[in-house]
Design a protein around this ligand. Structure first.
Ligand SMILES: C[S@@+](CC[C@H](N)C(=O)[O-])C[C@H]1O[C@@H](n2cnc3c(N)ncnc32)[C@H](O)[C@@H]1O
Length: 222
Protein backbone atom coordinates (compact mmCIF):
# COMPACT_ATOMS: atom_id res chain seq x y z
CA UNK A 1 0.00 0.00 0.00
CA UNK A 2 1.51 3.33 -1.03
CA UNK A 3 -1.09 5.61 0.55
CA UNK A 4 -1.55 5.68 4.31
CA UNK A 5 -4.51 3.48 5.31
CA UNK A 6 -6.24 6.33 7.19
CA UNK A 7 -6.17 8.58 4.14
CA UNK A 8 -7.25 5.78 1.83
CA UNK A 9 -10.19 4.87 4.08
CA UNK A 10 -11.24 8.50 4.24
CA UNK A 11 -11.09 8.87 0.45
CA UNK A 12 -13.12 5.66 0.08
CA UNK A 13 -15.72 6.96 2.51
CA UNK A 14 -16.25 9.99 0.26
CA UNK A 15 -16.94 7.92 -2.85
CA UNK A 16 -20.65 7.97 -3.70
CA UNK A 17 -22.56 4.72 -4.30
CA UNK A 18 -21.91 3.50 -7.85
CA UNK A 19 -25.34 1.99 -8.39
CA UNK A 20 -26.44 -1.59 -7.77
CA UNK A 21 -24.81 -3.20 -10.81
CA UNK A 22 -21.31 -1.73 -10.39
CA UNK A 23 -21.41 -2.33 -6.64
CA UNK A 24 -22.32 -5.97 -7.27
CA UNK A 25 -19.61 -6.44 -9.95
CA UNK A 26 -17.00 -4.88 -7.67
CA UNK A 27 -18.09 -6.94 -4.63
CA UNK A 28 -18.00 -10.22 -6.60
CA UNK A 29 -14.63 -9.37 -8.17
CA UNK A 30 -13.10 -8.73 -4.74
CA UNK A 31 -14.69 -11.92 -3.39
CA UNK A 32 -13.34 -13.99 -6.32
CA UNK A 33 -9.93 -12.30 -6.21
CA UNK A 34 -10.32 -10.80 -9.69
CA UNK A 35 -7.96 -7.81 -9.78
CA UNK A 36 -9.98 -4.69 -10.54
CA UNK A 37 -9.07 -1.03 -10.36
CA UNK A 38 -8.91 0.44 -6.86
CA UNK A 39 -11.73 2.77 -5.88
CA UNK A 40 -9.62 5.92 -5.71
CA UNK A 41 -7.84 5.11 -9.01
CA UNK A 42 -11.25 4.44 -10.57
CA UNK A 43 -12.34 7.93 -9.51
CA UNK A 44 -9.24 9.41 -11.21
CA UNK A 45 -9.87 7.33 -14.34
CA UNK A 46 -13.46 8.59 -14.53
CA UNK A 47 -12.31 12.18 -14.01
CA UNK A 48 -9.78 11.87 -16.83
CA UNK A 49 -12.37 10.37 -19.21
CA UNK A 50 -14.88 13.08 -18.31
CA UNK A 51 -12.20 15.75 -18.91
CA UNK A 52 -10.95 14.33 -22.20
CA UNK A 53 -14.40 13.50 -23.61
CA UNK A 54 -12.90 10.86 -25.93
CA UNK A 55 -14.41 9.50 -29.13
CA UNK A 56 -12.75 6.09 -28.88
CA UNK A 57 -11.27 4.36 -25.86
CA UNK A 58 -8.96 1.34 -25.90
CA UNK A 59 -8.59 -0.72 -22.73
CA UNK A 60 -5.93 -3.42 -22.37
CA UNK A 61 -7.12 -5.79 -19.62
CA UNK A 62 -10.90 -6.15 -19.28
CA UNK A 63 -11.11 -8.67 -16.40
CA UNK A 64 -14.88 -8.74 -15.71
CA UNK A 65 -15.62 -5.35 -17.28
CA UNK A 66 -15.69 -3.21 -14.15
CA UNK A 67 -13.37 -0.39 -15.31
CA UNK A 68 -14.89 -0.39 -18.82
CA UNK A 69 -18.30 0.23 -17.23
CA UNK A 70 -16.85 2.96 -15.00
CA UNK A 71 -15.57 4.72 -18.13
CA UNK A 72 -18.81 4.11 -20.04
CA UNK A 73 -20.68 5.89 -17.25
CA UNK A 74 -18.89 9.19 -17.90
CA UNK A 75 -17.93 9.09 -21.60
CA UNK A 76 -19.88 10.98 -24.29
CA UNK A 77 -22.87 9.12 -25.77
CA UNK A 78 -21.17 8.59 -29.15
CA UNK A 79 -17.91 7.26 -27.67
CA UNK A 80 -17.04 3.56 -27.95
CA UNK A 81 -14.74 1.28 -25.93
CA UNK A 82 -12.65 -1.53 -27.36
CA UNK A 83 -11.36 -3.75 -24.57
CA UNK A 84 -8.95 -6.70 -24.74
CA UNK A 85 -8.92 -9.81 -22.51
CA UNK A 86 -7.16 -13.13 -22.94
CA UNK A 87 -8.19 -15.08 -19.83
CA UNK A 88 -11.11 -17.18 -21.06
CA UNK A 89 -13.07 -17.64 -17.81
CA UNK A 90 -13.44 -13.85 -17.47
CA UNK A 91 -14.67 -13.19 -21.01
CA UNK A 92 -18.30 -14.43 -20.69
CA UNK A 93 -18.61 -12.71 -17.31
CA UNK A 94 -17.46 -9.39 -18.80
CA UNK A 95 -19.78 -9.76 -21.79
CA UNK A 96 -22.73 -10.54 -19.52
CA UNK A 97 -21.90 -7.49 -17.40
CA UNK A 98 -21.83 -5.24 -20.49
CA UNK A 99 -25.22 -6.61 -21.51
CA UNK A 100 -26.72 -6.14 -18.05
CA UNK A 101 -25.53 -2.54 -18.12
CA UNK A 102 -27.10 -2.04 -21.56
CA UNK A 103 -23.64 -1.17 -22.93
CA UNK A 104 -23.08 -4.05 -25.36
CA UNK A 105 -23.41 -1.77 -28.39
CA UNK A 106 -20.80 0.73 -27.10
CA UNK A 107 -18.29 -1.77 -25.65
CA UNK A 108 -16.57 -4.37 -27.85
CA UNK A 109 -14.53 -7.09 -26.20
CA UNK A 110 -11.67 -8.48 -28.30
CA UNK A 111 -10.70 -11.94 -27.10
CA UNK A 112 -7.04 -12.91 -27.17
CA UNK A 113 -3.53 -11.85 -26.34
CA UNK A 114 -3.00 -8.09 -26.42
CA UNK A 115 0.38 -8.70 -28.03
CA UNK A 116 -1.33 -10.04 -31.17
CA UNK A 117 -4.40 -7.81 -31.11
CA UNK A 118 -2.51 -4.53 -30.68
CA UNK A 119 -0.51 -5.27 -33.85
CA UNK A 120 -3.71 -5.58 -35.88
CA UNK A 121 -5.76 -2.69 -34.49
CA UNK A 122 -6.12 0.42 -36.65
CA UNK A 123 -7.06 3.11 -34.17
CA UNK A 124 -6.77 5.94 -33.59
CA UNK A 125 -7.86 6.00 -29.95
CA UNK A 126 -7.87 9.22 -28.00
CA UNK A 127 -7.85 7.49 -24.59
CA UNK A 128 -5.97 4.28 -23.78
CA UNK A 129 -6.20 2.53 -20.43
CA UNK A 130 -3.34 0.07 -19.85
CA UNK A 131 -4.23 -2.42 -17.15
CA UNK A 132 -2.90 -5.86 -18.08
CA UNK A 133 0.45 -7.66 -17.73
CA UNK A 134 2.71 -5.05 -16.10
CA UNK A 135 5.88 -6.66 -17.43
CA UNK A 136 4.66 -6.09 -20.99
CA UNK A 137 3.94 -2.36 -20.77
CA UNK A 138 7.40 -1.35 -22.03
CA UNK A 139 7.20 -3.86 -24.85
CA UNK A 140 3.69 -2.74 -25.91
CA UNK A 141 4.49 0.98 -25.72
CA UNK A 142 5.45 1.45 -29.43
CA UNK A 143 2.18 -0.24 -30.49
CA UNK A 144 0.22 1.87 -28.01
CA UNK A 145 1.81 5.08 -29.28
CA UNK A 146 0.99 4.13 -32.87
CA UNK A 147 -2.68 3.78 -31.85
CA UNK A 148 -2.86 6.92 -29.66
CA UNK A 149 -3.93 10.12 -31.42
CA UNK A 150 -2.09 13.41 -30.92
CA UNK A 151 -3.43 14.97 -27.75
CA UNK A 152 -4.60 11.51 -26.65
CA UNK A 153 -4.23 10.27 -23.08
CA UNK A 154 -2.48 7.09 -21.98
CA UNK A 155 -3.52 6.06 -18.45
CA UNK A 156 -1.32 3.26 -17.06
CA UNK A 157 -2.35 1.57 -13.80
CA UNK A 158 -0.31 -0.28 -11.16
CA UNK A 159 2.92 1.41 -12.14
CA UNK A 160 4.31 1.67 -8.59
CA UNK A 161 3.59 -2.01 -7.91
CA UNK A 162 2.41 -1.44 -4.37
CA UNK A 163 5.58 0.58 -3.71
CA UNK A 164 8.01 -2.15 -4.85
CA UNK A 165 9.20 -0.10 -7.79
CA UNK A 166 11.09 2.32 -5.51
CA UNK A 167 12.99 -0.53 -3.81
CA UNK A 168 16.47 -1.45 -4.94
CA UNK A 169 16.62 -4.48 -7.24
CA UNK A 170 18.16 -6.52 -4.40
CA UNK A 171 15.36 -5.75 -1.95
CA UNK A 172 12.83 -7.23 -4.39
CA UNK A 173 12.15 -11.00 -4.40
CA UNK A 174 14.26 -12.68 -7.08
CA UNK A 175 11.16 -13.84 -9.00
CA UNK A 176 9.87 -10.23 -9.20
CA UNK A 177 13.14 -8.68 -10.45
CA UNK A 178 12.34 -8.82 -14.17
CA UNK A 179 8.99 -7.08 -13.77
CA UNK A 180 10.60 -4.57 -11.38
CA UNK A 181 13.28 -3.70 -13.96
CA UNK A 182 10.75 -3.50 -16.79
CA UNK A 183 8.41 -1.21 -14.85
CA UNK A 184 11.30 1.10 -13.97
CA UNK A 185 12.26 1.20 -17.64
CA UNK A 186 8.62 1.92 -18.58
CA UNK A 187 8.35 4.83 -16.14
CA UNK A 188 11.73 6.25 -17.21
CA UNK A 189 10.66 6.02 -20.85
CA UNK A 190 7.28 7.69 -20.22
CA UNK A 191 9.03 10.55 -18.44
CA UNK A 192 11.77 11.02 -21.04
CA UNK A 193 10.04 10.55 -24.41
CA UNK A 194 9.79 13.81 -26.24
CA UNK A 195 6.30 13.04 -27.53
CA UNK A 196 4.85 12.36 -24.06
CA UNK A 197 4.11 14.60 -21.10
CA UNK A 198 3.70 12.31 -18.09
CA UNK A 199 2.75 12.65 -14.46
CA UNK A 200 3.12 9.69 -12.09
CA UNK A 201 0.55 9.80 -9.32
CA UNK A 202 0.94 7.80 -6.08
CA UNK A 203 -2.67 6.72 -5.86
CA UNK A 204 -3.91 3.12 -5.49
CA UNK A 205 -0.97 1.08 -6.83
CA UNK A 206 0.31 4.09 -8.76
CA UNK A 207 -1.05 5.59 -11.97
CA UNK A 208 0.85 7.27 -14.81
CA UNK A 209 -1.02 9.78 -16.92
CA UNK A 210 0.64 10.64 -20.22
CA UNK A 211 -0.49 12.99 -22.96
CA UNK A 212 0.80 12.52 -26.50
CA UNK A 213 2.20 15.79 -27.77
CA UNK A 214 2.39 16.68 -31.44
CA UNK A 215 6.14 17.42 -31.26
CA UNK A 216 6.51 19.61 -34.35
CA UNK A 217 3.67 21.94 -33.42
CA UNK A 218 3.73 21.94 -29.62
CA UNK A 219 7.43 21.79 -28.67
CA UNK A 220 8.74 24.42 -31.08
CA UNK A 221 10.84 26.94 -29.19
CA UNK A 222 11.38 24.63 -26.19
C1 LIG B 1 -5.84 -5.86 -13.51
S1 LIG B 1 -6.85 -6.87 -14.52
C2 LIG B 1 -7.87 -5.72 -15.36
C3 LIG B 1 -8.87 -5.06 -14.46
C4 LIG B 1 -9.88 -4.20 -15.16
N1 LIG B 1 -9.24 -3.21 -16.02
C5 LIG B 1 -10.73 -3.49 -14.13
O1 LIG B 1 -10.18 -2.62 -13.43
O2 LIG B 1 -11.90 -3.80 -14.01
C6 LIG B 1 -5.76 -7.34 -15.81
C7 LIG B 1 -6.41 -8.25 -16.83
O3 LIG B 1 -5.53 -8.29 -17.96
C8 LIG B 1 -5.59 -9.58 -18.51
N2 LIG B 1 -4.35 -9.79 -19.27
C9 LIG B 1 -3.10 -9.96 -18.78
N3 LIG B 1 -2.23 -10.10 -19.79
C10 LIG B 1 -2.92 -9.99 -20.93
C11 LIG B 1 -2.59 -10.08 -22.31
N4 LIG B 1 -1.32 -10.28 -22.69
N5 LIG B 1 -3.55 -9.93 -23.21
C12 LIG B 1 -4.84 -9.71 -22.85
N6 LIG B 1 -5.24 -9.66 -21.56
C13 LIG B 1 -4.30 -9.79 -20.61
C14 LIG B 1 -5.70 -10.50 -17.29
O4 LIG B 1 -6.25 -11.76 -17.65
C15 LIG B 1 -6.58 -9.69 -16.37
O5 LIG B 1 -7.94 -10.08 -16.46
Amino acid sequence: MIVEQRIRDYLHSLEPDQGDLLEEISRKAIRDEVPIIKKETGALLKTMVATKRPRAILEVGTAVGYSALLMAGVMPAECTITTIEKYEPRIPVAKANFKRAGEESRITLLEGDAEEILKELEGPYDFIFMDAAKGQYIHWLPMILRLLSDGGILFSDNVLQDGDVVQSRYAVERRDRTIHARMREYLYTLKHMEELETSIIPIGDGAAISVKIEIEKERVGK
